[in-house]
Write a protein that binds this ligand. Structure first.
Ligand SMILES: Nc1ncnc2c1ncn2[C@@H]1O[C@H](COP(=O)(O)OP(=O)(O)O)[C@@H](O)[C@H]1O
Ligand SMILES: [Mg+2]
Length: 208
């Protein structure tokens, strides 16, 4: 079986796309963003194309590319469509698959169906991306509790940002969760710096 992961996060803008690009590049995998809400100046697929160093056929097309940078349920409404959750099925590819969700776990895909309802159906291990800064203990523990409530498998937490050893340790202990590593803030963010940082701060074996 080729590994498949869902990259979710405690919030939007926490670093899911950058982490996913680093992971997809390190594993020489495939990247899929099923629902993109708003794509200006670029969508996450384009960012991953730029930052992963992967060939373009490893970056799969989105299933829904919505115009407004809003929660998918609302962005879809404004585009005059309804997302059909039953049609969202991870594609089969010839290597590891990294799927990036839209926003956090309880973001609505429709008015009846939330992101983590989809993850529960897929039953794939989640990588939860979290900030390191003040507020992250609460957001991360709430997200872990939500995953457990919905019985979604959790691989571990990947932090993005400056070092905060006690926040990471506290989340690992209280959340009883594996800390996969921390991607530091990269002042020059490009495919080269991301590859180096990912290799230094994460273990490929954790994603086998
Ligand atoms: N390790 C990092 N170093 C520098 N900038 C980062 C890093 N991680 C994320 N960013 C920046 O933070 C912003 C949010 O990151 P992104 O990966 O798009 O978040 P998300 O996918 O969770 O919305 C982007 O502008 C991105 O370039
Ligand atoms: Mg993103």
């Amino acid at each position: 079986m080729k590994p498949r992961f869902v990259v979710s996060g405690t919030d939007t803008n926490v670093g899911k796309t950058v982490f996913a690009a680093g992971l997809a590049g390190a594993l020489q995998g495939y990247y899929w963003k099923p629902i993109q809400s708003g794509a200006a100046p670029e969508g996450d697929k384009e960012t991953v194309m730029r930052l992963s160093g992967l060939p373009s056929d490893h970056i799969l097309p989105e299933q829904y590319r919505l115009n407004a940078p809003l929660s998918p349920h609302r962005s879809a409404e404004l585009d005059g469509i309804t997302i059909q959750p039953a049609t969202l099925i991870p594609p089969s590819v010839e290597g590891p698959l990294i799927i990036e969700g839209a926003g956090g776990l309880m973001v609505p895909i429709t008015r009846e169906f939330l992101q983590f309802d989809l993850y529960a159906k897929w039953d794939l291990p989640i990588i939860l991306v979290a900030r390191t800064t003040l507020g992250t203990i609460n957001h991360t523990l709430l997200s872990i509790a939500a995953l457990r409530m919905r019985e979604v498998p959790l691989l571990g937490v990947a932090f993005v940002g400056e070092d905060n050893t006690d926040n990471m340790r506290t989340i690992g202990e209280i959340g009883e969760v594996r800390i996969l590593g921390r991607l530091p803030h990269l002042p020059q963010l490009n495919a080269h710096s991301l590859r180096d940082a990912f290799t230094t701060h994460f273990r490929k074996e954790d994603f086998a």
